[in-house]
Design a protein around this ligand. Structure first.
Ligand code: PMP
Length: 304
């Protein structure tokens, strides 16, 4: 990740980035007991717009509910959350697109492994919008690490501590010379990448693991499903076998920090003809333009 831009929202106001520090004795640090989201902000001169901010806020609230953080929702209305985003981007005045990471940290010191009733704080910082995976055709490798199941640490909650699972898989993929990893679940079905959702195309059908497949319910995944449906593409959410990726016409991934990015190789096998396929290309364009302006779905929020 790039460096945070100079002004960071921390606890109850903006502070210089180096002052936004948590105590080593907080549950956030000790147990990874924080939840977060990352949303994109498009910058066009003095105009700044966030994509699907209400959905990011809602997922943050849901992540809190799942792991039992009970102080966030009452303290942070959507309007208050938006006002902090506005304050943050105004203070930093970014010259180009940024990602904004909003985190709810459990800020109690050494309360043991529990969460209910614990004090939380919100942090929010912006950083340059540099994608985390190649945009021109990535190579993936199936991980030997499996995705954390819903009955251990639910993938639908964006819990900081759970990202150790992603780190294990991504580091191994990089060490093996690949761009990212494909997670399978315990039964060998395809879940997602370390920090992106996965799609495959067979004929004119777009297929992606459904939300009960131990995946994050990605906001760009939802976006692609909507856009594909509008384009008359048949969309199926279901269990996916690994070998279906080996015979797919197209494979691509979605995520805030991945955009819509084509996959050209899986486990040493070339996908399709080894270049970006037509459905990926079309949806990629639609997605890129929705990130900037979108009157149809109401996905874009002005940050002033
Ligand atoms: N899966 C995981 C594990 C992720 O971390 C992310 C990135 N947030 C995604 C999928 C994509 O989600 P979104 O489209 O909401 O960014």
């Amino acid at each position: 990740m790039a460096e945070p831009h100079p002004h960071v929202y921390y606890r109850d106001g903006l502070v210089p980035a180096k002052e936004a520090t948590l105590s080593v004795a907080t549950s956030a640090v000790l147990y990874g007991l924080s939840v977060y989201t990352v949303f994109p902000v498009h910058v066009d001169g003095a105009t700044r717009t966030a994509f699907r901010l209400a959905d990011h806020y809602r997922r943050l609230v849901e992540s809190c509910r799942i792991i039992g953080i009970d102080s966030f929702e009452g303290e942070w209305s959507f309007d208050r959350f938006v006002s902090v985003a506005v304050e943050l981007v105004s203070a930093n005045a970014p010259a180009s697109d940024v990602y904004v990471r909003a985190t709810v940290h459990v800020d109690e010191s050494i309360p043991g492994t529990r969460v209910r009733g614990c004090r939380t704080i919100l942090s929010m910082f912006a950083y340059d919008a540099v994608p985390i995976v190649p945009q021109d055709g990535m190579r993936l490798k199936t991980s030997t690490w499996r995705r954390i199941p819903d009955f251990a640490i639910p993938s639908r909650a964006k819990v900081n501590g759970a990202y150790v699972n992603s780190v294990l898989a991504k580091q191994d993929a990089i060490d093996a010379g690949y761009d990212d990893a494909i997670f399978l679940d315990g039964a060998g079905h395809v879940c997602e990448l370390s920090a992106a959702n996965i799609f495959l195309v067979r004929g004119r059908t777009l297929i992606t693991p459904d939300v009960s497949c131990d995946i994050l319910d990605g906001i760009n995944r939802r976006t692609l499903l909507t856009l594909a449906g509008e384009d008359g593409i048949r969309v199926v959410e279901r269990t996916v076998d690994l070998t279906e990726l080996y015979i797919a016409d197209e494979v691509f991934v979605t995520g805030t920090s991945a955009n819509v990015a084509p996959v050209v190789e899986v486990d040493g096998r070339i996908v399709g003809d080894g270049t970006q396929g037509p459905i990926c290309e079309a949806l990629r364009k639609r997605h890129a333009s929705a990130l900037r302006s979108d009157e149809l779905h109401g996905w874009v929020t002005s940050l002033g």
